[in-house]
Structures are given as C-alpha cells and as structure tokens.
Design a protein around this ligand. Sequence first.
Ligand SMILES: NC(=O)c1ccc[n+]([C@@H]2O[C@H](COP(=O)([O-])OP(=O)(O)OC[C@H]3O[C@@H](n4cnc5c(N)ncnc54)[C@H](OP(=O)(O)O)[C@@H]3O)[C@@H](O)[C@H]2O)c1
Length: 289
Amino acid sequence: MEKKGRVVIVGAKGLVGSALAEAFSETYEVIALDREELDVTTYNAVKKAIKEMTPQVVIDAAGYSDVDSCERRSQLAFAINAEGAKNVAKAASLVKAKVVYISSDYVFDGKKGSPYTEEDQPNPLNIYGESKLLGEKYVQDHSDDYLIVRTQWLFGPHGRNFVDTILTLAEEGRESIEVVEDLVGAPTYTVDLAQAVKRLLERDAWGIYHVSNSGQCSWFEFAKEILRQAGKNDVRLVPISSADLTRPARRPVFSVLSKDKLHRETGMKMRPWQEALSDYLKRRGQGQS
Ligand SMILES: NC(=O)c1ccc[n+]([C@@H]2O[C@H](COP(=O)([O-])OP(=O)(O)OC[C@H]3O[C@@H](n4cnc5c(N)ncnc54)[C@H](OP(=O)(O)O)[C@@H]3O)[C@@H](O)[C@H]2O)c1
C-alpha cells in the first residue's frame, strides 16, 4: 500500500512516542528517532536531521516527564520540554512541515473544578508544567502550522506508568498499597491518544486540542479498577491524601480535560478509560474476559 507521507517522530521510544510510531506506521512512512539518534536540545543536529529527511509532519514526543525530578533538575526540564520543542518547531518550519507537540494537563492549576477547555487560562503549579507551557508558547511562536495536543494520566506499553506500578506492587505480594484519593483526572491509553492524533492530522486540525479517554476518577479509583480488572482482589488499597506524601512537586487537584472541542470539530468521541484499560490489560496478558 502506498504510504500517505513522511512523519518524523522524536522521543520515539517513550510511552507516547512508541504508540505514535505504531499507529502512524500503518499508513505513513515513519522515521522514529530517540535520544541516541537525535537529541532535541541541540538545534544544529535537529535542523540537519529534519532538513535531510524533509518530512510533512514532525511529532515531538520527547520529554522530561518525571514531575518530581523536574523540580530538582529544572534546567534540564526546560532544556528538553521547552528549548527542545522550540528547536523542533523551528526546524520543522524550515521544511514547511507541520509540528505536533504533546503537552500536558499540568499546565493548569486544578482550581477550576470542572473540565478544562482549550480556552482556559493555564497556570502551572510546578516546574514540569511551566516547562511544558513554555514549550507550547515556543511552538506557537516558531511555527505557522502547529498542533498542540494536551493529554493526561497516560498508560500503555513501553514506558513507566501507573498501571504497571500498581500491578508490580500487587505481584510483589503486598498486602496493602497506599494510593492518593484527592487528585482527579482522566486515565488515557496511549494507543487511543495516538489514534486521535492521527485523525486530527488527517483532518488537518490546527491549534490546541485536549485529548484523553472519557470519564474521570481519582488515582485511588483508578488503582481499584486496575486490580479489579486484573483479578487481584486480595490486595487492600488504602486511600491517602496527597498532603500525606511529601513530594517535591505540587499537583493540580482536578485536571480533567474537556474533549468538547475535539468532538465538536472532528466528530471524534474518546471511549471510557475503563474500556481502554481493559484493552491494555489484555495486551499485557492480564485482562479478565
Ligand atoms: N506520561 C504522561 O502521563 C504524560 C501526560 C501528559 C503529557 N505527557 C507528555 O508526553 C511527552 C512524552 O512523555 P512520555 O510519557 O512518553 O515520557 P517517556 O516515556 O519518558 O518518553 C520520553 C522520551 O523522550 C526521550 N528523550 C528525553 N530527552 C530527550 C532528548 N533530549 N532528545 C530526544 N529525546 C529525548 C526519552 O529518551 P530516554 O528514555 O533516553 O531519556 C524517552 O524516550 C512528554 O512531552 C510529556 O510531557 C506525558
């Protein structure tokens, strides 16, 4: 089958990058690069690579996404999440390629109390969120043809994620696991995110879009559903408050993203996170029928 065009993905071995590479390979010629092949913090290297590859689309899935580490290593967080995004956007513009930047719900402070729309004012609470917001601004400043996709609470193959953490703790034979109950978001399967990004590009969408699975829950409710679906009902979950954890980075209390724009402008409807979780567990060989 003839491929529709050339797509370069940077940060391609991460949680998001690997799902994008898988989804786009079905219909596009994909050049998947990770840090060893292309470091986004070095502009000359990014420029050279993109100029040689002449893609129609460049997706920046590179990121420093360990939210607590970002507080200690803020220079590195800004170098990858913001300067890196600027380098990719500038280089993409040189070859008139569309640039896609994967951003985060953490650009918001969580005080709104209802799902955040693309028009809501960002106000990050931590360095990670600040670096992502600056990355968004750089992309907007350096590209005329950009797509910024804000997403949240990701799980999927090829990367550190909450589902794997909970299952590992359960498999280690823990009798109880403490999980935060006062932070609310929407768990999102990277496979669903990647399909949504693909469909947005196919509709030539432009600007900022929010993408997550539908529904919402606390981390505690998420953990409960993971264990239920994996059939690990003997593990006791203990709800705790985020204040009980002395983590370096503050988190938004309620950061659910509204998908109204996605639905209104593309007709796309994201499936419930529980259904997506079930697919992921099956893929891991752990789901119950
Ligand atoms: N995970 C989430 O829940 C979540 C939520 C919202 C938004 N996002 C965004 O999604 C994007 C991808 O995050 P992720 O969750 O997929 O994280 P991840 O699994 O850590 O993947 C990030 C990838 O970027 C690579 N990378 C790091 N520094 C790089 C550099 N200087 N040049 C090129 N590649 C570099 C990493 O390579 P190494 O492994 O070699 O460092 C890794 O393969 C990030 O921008 C993040 O902000 C993530």
